[in-house]
Design a protein around this ligand. Structure first.
Ligand SMILES: Nc1ncnc2c1ncn2[C@@H]1O[C@H](COP(=O)(O)OP(=O)(O)O)[C@@H](O)[C@H]1O
Ligand SMILES: [Mg+2]
Length: 498
C-alpha cells in the first residue's frame, strides 16, 4: 500500500501510509483505538476508497473497488464483529455468497459444500462440525468459521481485525497455532490489535500506527512491550500505577446481607456484606457471572434488592430510584458502556449532561440551554482529552476509549462521594487504560470512596487497597491488596475460602 491517505469529514484516518506485507509472514498492525488500523485494512478489502494512494499486489497495481474485487485478488477479512447467520449451519455460512451448484446451475449442491468445507478444514487443521449451527457454537469456534469462510473464497492474505478481543486465553493460544499453520502453507496474515500482551508469541513483525500515521515496523523478537507501548502512544507509558499511602476516613458505602435475583429469578447475590471507606479503593475480584453485574445494578438502582440493605453516608438507599442515588452522591461507570453509559445517537454534549440535564445551568424553565451544554462539553473534552472532531458528533462515532472518557468525564464532574467503576477498562488500549486508572486513583486520593468491579486480576492488584473476592454470589474473602498474591486470589475466585 503506497502513500495511502483517507479523509473522513474532520478526521484524517490514514495519513500517507506506506505498508508492505511479505508472503508467509504474520504481521501485527498495532495502534491505539482510533489510530486508523481498521480504516487502512478496510481500504485493502475494498470497503473504503482511499482519498489518495495506490495498492500493489504481487507487484501489480490494482484498483480495489469493493470486497468482491478484493476477494478476486486473494484478500480475505474477518471483521471485529462476526458476520455469520446464527440459525444456519457452519457449512451454510462458509459457502454463503459462493454456493456450489448442481449441473443445472440452479440447485444448491449441499453435499459438495460439506465436502469442500471438510477438505479445507483438514488442510489447515481448523476442525469444525459442518452441520453444527452457529447459534450453538462458542465464540472461538465462530471465529474459526470466519477464517474458513475467507479461505474457502480463496484468501491468500488474511486480515483479522482484533481477533483476540473475544477469546479466552486458551482460545488465543489455539489461534496462534492456526495462524502459524496457515503461514506454513504460504498464506500471509495481518492481525490488527491494540493489545500488547499476546503479540509477542504470535507475530513476525509489528507495524505501529498512531493518529493515522505509520510510525515504524519492528521485528517482534527484537522489541519489548515497553518499547511497543511507547511507539503506540507516542510517549513513555507508565504501566505501573502510582499510589500514595492514604488514611481512610468514614464509611461511605455499607452493604448488609444484600441479596438479589437475575431476570430469570435465579438468586445471584446471596447475602453480601462489606463496606467501602472514604479514601480507599475496594475491588470486587471474581470470574464473570458470579453476581458482580447484579450487585452493581442493585447499588445503582437498576435492579431491586430481594433482601438486606445498602446505605450511603449512613443514609439508607436500598431500592431507591437511580436519580435519587445519583443525587445522593454516586457516580457509575457501567460495564456495558453502549447500553448503560451513553445514548449512542445523542451528541457528546448531550451525553455529557445525562443525569444533570434537568438542573441549572443546563436546563432553565424546562428548556435545555444549548449554549451552556456546549460550553460544558468543550471544557470536559479538553480536560479529559476526548479525541473527537467536536462536541456535536454522535457518541456512536467515537472509539471505545474515547466513549469511556466521555462517561468518566460526566460521572466525575459531579464529584461523587462513591464512584462505582464496573469493568472500566474493558476493550481499551494501554493509553486509555493508563488514563482511566489515573482518574480512579485520583478520586481515592481526593478522599472519595471507590468500588471497583473487575475481571482483570492485574487491574485489581494494581488499583485496590482492599479486595473482596466474589464467588457464586458470596464474598468468600476480603484481603488487603498489599498482602494479596495472584495465586491466593485465584484459589478464592474458584470457590476456595480464605
Ligand atoms: N466511516 C467513518 N466515518 C467517519 N469517521 C470514521 C469512519 N471510520 C473511522 N472513522 C474515524 O477514523 C479514525 C480511525 O478509525 P479506525 O480506523 O476505526 O481506528 P482503529 O481501527 O485503529 O481503532 C477515527 O477517528 C474514527 O473515528
Ligand atoms: Mg478498529
Amino acid at each position: 500500500m503506497k502513500n495511502i491517505t483517507k479523509e473522513f469529514p474532520g478526521v484524517k484516518a490514514n495519513d500517507n501510509v506506506n505498508f508492505t506485507l511479505n508472503k508467509g509472514e504474520i504481521r501485527v498492525l498495532l495502534g491505539e483505538n482510533g489510530a486508523g488500523k481498521t480504516t487502512l485494512m478496510n481500504i485493502l478489502y475494498g470497503l473504503y476508497e482511499p482519498t489518495s494512494g495506490e495498492i500493489y499486489i504481487n507487484g501489480e497495481k490494482v484498483e480495489i473497488k469493493n470486497p468482491t474485487v478484493a476477494i478476486s485478488h486473494g484478500i480475505g477479512m474477518v471483521h471485529q464483529h462476526f458476520m455469520l447467520v446464527p440459525p444456519f449451519t457452519i457449512a451454510e455460512n462458509i459457502i454463503l455468497g459462493s454456493e456450489p451448484t448442481r449441473k443445472n446451475g440452479i440447485k444448491l449442491d449441499m453435499k459438495k459444500a460439506i465436502e469442500d468445507v471438510k477438505e479445507i478444514s483438514n488442510k489447515y487443521g481448523l476442525a469444525v462440525d459442518p452441520n453444527a449451527k452457529i447459534q450453538d457454537i462458542s465464540v472461538g469456534m465462530q471465529q474459526r468459521v470466519e477464517i474458513l469462510k475467507a479461505l474457502y473464497k480463496g484468501a491468500d492474505i488474511l486480515i483479522l481485525d482484533e481477533p483476540t478481543a473475544v477469546l479466552t486465553p486458551q482460545e488465543i493460544d489455539e489461534l496462534a497455532i492456526i495462524l502459524k499453520k496457515l503461514t506454513q502453507k504460504g498464506k500471509s496474515v495481518i492481525l490488527i490489535t491494540h493489545k500488547l500482551k499476546e503479540i509477542m508469541g504470535m507475530s513476525d513483525k509489528v507495524t505501529i500506527i498512531r493518529r493515522g500515521k505509520l510510525i515504524d515496523t519492528v521485528d517482534t523478537d527484537k522489541t519489548t512491550s515497553d518499547e511497543l507501548a511507547e511507539l503506540m502512544v507516542g510517549r513513555k507509558v507508565n504501566l505501573v500505577v502510582d499510589k500514595k499511602e492514604m488514611k481512610t476516613g468514614d464509611t461511605v458505602l455499607e452493604i448488609n446481607k444484600l441479596s438479589a435475583v437475575d431476570q430469570r429469578g435465579v438468586v445471584k447475590v446471596k447475602g453480601i456484606s462489606f463496606e467501602v471507606k472514604a479514601g480507599e479503593i475496594f475491588a470486587i475480584a471474581g470470574v464473570d457471572g458470579n453476581g458482580q453485574t447484579e450487585l452493581v445494578e442493585v447499588l445503582t438502582g437498576l435492579r431491586k434488592a430481594k433482601g438486606g440493605n445498602v446505605s450511603l453516608n449512613n443514609k439508607d438507599i436500598t431500592n431507591t430510584k437511580t436519580k435519587k442515588i445519583i443525587e445522593a452522591g454516586v457516580g457509575h461507570i457501567p460495564e456495558d458502556r453502549h447500553k448503560r453509559g451513553l445514548v449512542l445517537d445523542f451528541s457528546l454534549s448531550e451525553n455529557m449532561i445525562l443525569g444533570n440535564h434537568y438542573e441549572a445551568p443546563f436546563s432553565k424553565n424546562g428548556l435545555l440551554n444549548y449554549n451552556e451544554i456546549n460550553k460544558h462539553a468543550v471544557e470536559l473534552i479538553g480536560e479529559f482529552d476526548v479525541r473527537t472532531p467536536n462536541q456535536h458528533v454522535k457518541a456512536k462515532s467515537l472509539s471505545g476509549g474515547n466513549q469511556q472518557k466521555v462517561i468518566i468525564a460526566r460521572e466525575l464532574y459531579r464529584d461523587p462521594d462513591l464512584l462505582i467503576a464496573a469493568q472500566p477498562t474493558r476493550g481499551l488500549d494501554v493509553g486509555a487504560i493508563e488514563f482511566v486508572h489515573k482518574r480512579i486513583v485520583e478520586q481515592r486520593n481526593k478522599g472519595k470512596a471507590v468500588l471497583l468491579v473487575s475481571l482483570e486480576l492485574d487491574e485489581v492488584l494494581a488499583l485496590a487497597d482492599r479486595i473482596g473476592v466474589i464467588y457464586d454470589g458470596n464474598i468468600v474473602g476480603i484481603v488487603n491488596a498489599k498482602d494479596a498474591t495472584e495465586k491466593e486470589l485465584g484459589v478464592m475466585m474458584a470457590g476456595g475460602k480464605k
